[in-house]
Design a protein around this ligand. Structure first.
Ligand SMILES: Cc1cc2nc3c(=O)[nH]c(=O)nc-3n(C[C@H](O)[C@H](O)[C@H](O)COP(=O)(O)OP(=O)(O)OC[C@H]3O[C@@H](n4cnc5c(N)ncnc54)[C@H](O)[C@@H]3O)c2cc1C
Length: 409
C-alpha cells in the first residue's frame, strides 16, 4: 500500500488554504503552518469585506507583462469555471455583478469559514503562531520546514506566505522572499501595487475628499505610461480610486525610483474636443455680472473648482465680466487637463498586492522550484500581480490548486 504523502503548507492565506485542500483531497497528510493566530486574515478583508473571488472576463493580459506568457497555460489548467466549481463544492454560492464574482452572502468571512470547514473536514492539521524561517533538504526526496519553534520533515513543502501588501494584521512581511532567496531562487524587485499616490507637497488639493468620474493618464516625460477611466478620489494629500489603483501597477516603479511622474486628469472624459469646445462656447455665454464661483457652480464639483482656482491664483469673487474670453477658456480647459506631480505611493500597507517577487523563471509548470523540486510556491509570493477585480484571488486559486495537486501526486 502506498503511504500518504506528508505535505507542509507555509502560510494559511487564500493560496495556502486552497493548496492544502487540493493536496488533502488527493489523499495527502497535510499540515498548514501559519504565523498568525487565524487563517485567511487578508482574505477576510478583500473586496471591501465582500470578497471579489474572481472575474468572468479572465485574460492573461490582465496580469503583469512578465507572467502573461505562462498565465495562458495556468488559467487553462485551472480557471474561472474551476474556481466557481471549487467554491460550489465548499457550499459557497456565487453571483456575478457585471462579471465580477462574489459570494451571495456578501461576506468575505463566509468564504474563509467555508475553506476552514473543508480544512477541518479533510483532517488537515493547522499549527498557528509559528513563523516559517527556512526550508532545507534532508535527503533527495525529503525537505525540512524550519520554524521559530520546530522543524518538520516533509515529502513536499508548499510556500504560500504572500507578499508585503495589506494592513499590519495580515502579517504580510515578505518572509517568503528571503526563504526562497536562500534556496537559490531569484527575487524580482518588489513594489506596492493597486495603491493610491501622494502628490507632491506643493500641489493644491481639495480640503475635503472629492469623488468624480474622470480619465486619468500617467505621464513620464513625453510618454503616457497608463490611462484609466472611472471614479477617482482626491484627498488633501493624494489621489486614489479604482482607475488610479489599476494604473499604479504600471507606474509604481518609476515613482519609487524617483522619476517625475504626473497624473493628468480629465473631468470631462465623455466629451471629445469638438463637444468640449461647444460646451465652452455655451458656458462663455454666461460671462456677465456673475462671480467666477457662480459661473463654475454647475460646471464641476466645488472641490475640483477649489483646486483649479487655487492653482491659477484666482479669487472666486472675481466678476466674469472682468475676465477675458481667453482667460475664461483657460480656466475651463484646466478641468480637462489637471496636472498633478506624484511624490510616492501610500505604501505597502495601503496596497492590495505586491508586484515583483519570486521569478517565474525559477518555477516549473507545476509550481515546483527549480532549486528544490519538492518545494512549491503559490500565490502573491510569486512575481504575478493582476488588475483589481478578482484577478489576484484567481491567481491564488490557480497557483494554489495546481501546486496542491502536483505536490501530492
Ligand atoms: C484590502 C485588500 C483587498 C483585496 N481585495 C481583493 C479582491 O476583492 N479580489 C482579489 O482578487 N484580490 C484582492 N486582494 C488581493 C488578495 O487579498 C491577495 O492577492 C491574496 O490574499 C494573496 O493570497 P496569498 O495566499 O498568496 O497571500 P496571503 O493572503 O497574504 O496569505 C499569506 C499567509 O501567509 C502567512 N505567513 C506569512 N509569513 C509567514 C511565515 N513566515 N510563516 C508562516 N506563515 C506566514 C500570513 O500570515 C498569511 O496568512 C485584496 C488585498 C487587500 C489588502
Amino acid at each position: 500500500m502506498k503511504l500518504a504523502k506528508k505535505i507542509y503548507v507555509a502560510g494559511g492565506g487564500a493560496a495556502g488554504m486552497c493548496a492544502a485542500i487540493y493536496a488533502a483531497r488527493n489523499g495527502a497528510e497535510v499540515t498548514i503552518v501559519e504565523k498568525n493566530t487565524v487563517l485567511g486574515k487578508k482574505l477576510s478583508m478583500t473586496g471591501n469585506g465582500r470578497c471579489n473571488l474572481t472575474n468572468l472576463d479572465m485574460k492573461p493580459e490582465y496580469y503583469n507583462a512578465d507572467s502573461r506568457g505562462r498565465m495562458k497555460e495556468w488559467l487553462s489548467t485551472y480557471g474561472v469555471e474551476d474556481t466557481i466549481a471549487f467554491f460550489k463544492s465548499l457550499g459557497v454560492v456565487v453571483k456575478s455583478e457585471d462579471g465580477y464574482i462574489y459570494p451571495v452572502s456578501g461576506q468575505a468571512t463566509s468564504v474563509v469559514k467555508a475553506l476552514e470547514n473543508e480544512i477541518k473536514r479533510l483532517g488537515i492539521q493547522v499549527i498557528f503562531d509559528q513563523q516559517v524561517k527556512a526550508v532545507k533538504s534532508s535527503s533527495p526526496d525529503k525537505a525540512i520546514l524550519v520554524t521559530d519553534k520546530a522543524q518538520y520533515e516533509a515529502d513536499a513543502i508548499i510556500l504560500a506566505m504572500g507578499g508585503l501588501s495589506g494592513a499590519k494584521t495580515t502579517m504580510s512581511t515578505g518572509d517568503g522572499y528571503y526563504i526562497c532567496k536562500n534556496i537559490g531562487m531569484n527575487i524580482k524587485d518588489t513594489y506596492p501595487a493597486l495603491v493610491g499616490f501622494k502628490v507632491s507637497e506643493n500641489e493644491i488639493m481639495p480640503s475635503a475628499g472629492v469623488r468624480a468620474a474622470a480619465e486619468v493618464s500617467f505621464i513620464l516625460g513625453a510618454e503616457v505610461v497608463a490611462t484609466e477611466y472611472g471614479e477617482i478620489q482626491l484627498s488633501k494629500d493624494g489621489i486614489s480610486g479604482i482607475p488610479v489603483m489599476q494604473a499604479s501597477r504600471e507606474v509604481i516603479r518609476y515613482i519609487e525610483d524617483g522619476k517625475p511622474v504626473f497624473a493628468m486628469i480629465d473631468f470631462f472624459p465623455d466629451y471629445d474636443d469638438t463637444d468640449f469646445k461647444a460646451l465652452k462656447s455655451d458656458m462663455l455665454r454666461l460671462k456677465d455680472d456673475r462671480t467666477l464661483e457662480e459661473f463654475l457652480q454647475g460646471f464641476a464639483n466645488s472641490g475640483i473648482t477649489d483646486m483649479v482656482l487655487g492653482r491659477m491664483k484666482l479669487s472666486r469673487t472675481m466678476k466674469m465680466k472682468n475676465i477675458s474670453v481667453s482667460m475664461a477658456e483657460c480656466i475651463l480647459d484646466n478641468y480637462r487637463a489637471l496636472k498633478l506631480q506624484l511624490a510616492s505611493s501610500y505604501g505597502y500597507q495601503a496596497s492590495q498586492v505586491t508586484t515583483g517577487g519570486v521569478s517565474l523563471g525559477d518555477i516549473g509548470s507545476d509550481f515546483s522550484c527549480s532549486s528544490m523540486r519538492n518545494v512549491y510556491c503559490a500565490g502573491e509570493l510569486l512575481d504575478v500581480d493582476g488588475r483589481c477585480g478578482g484577478y489576484n484571488l484567481q491567481w491564488a486559486w490557480t497557483s494554489g490548486s495546481i501546486a496542491g495537486c502536483a505536490s501530492s501526486l
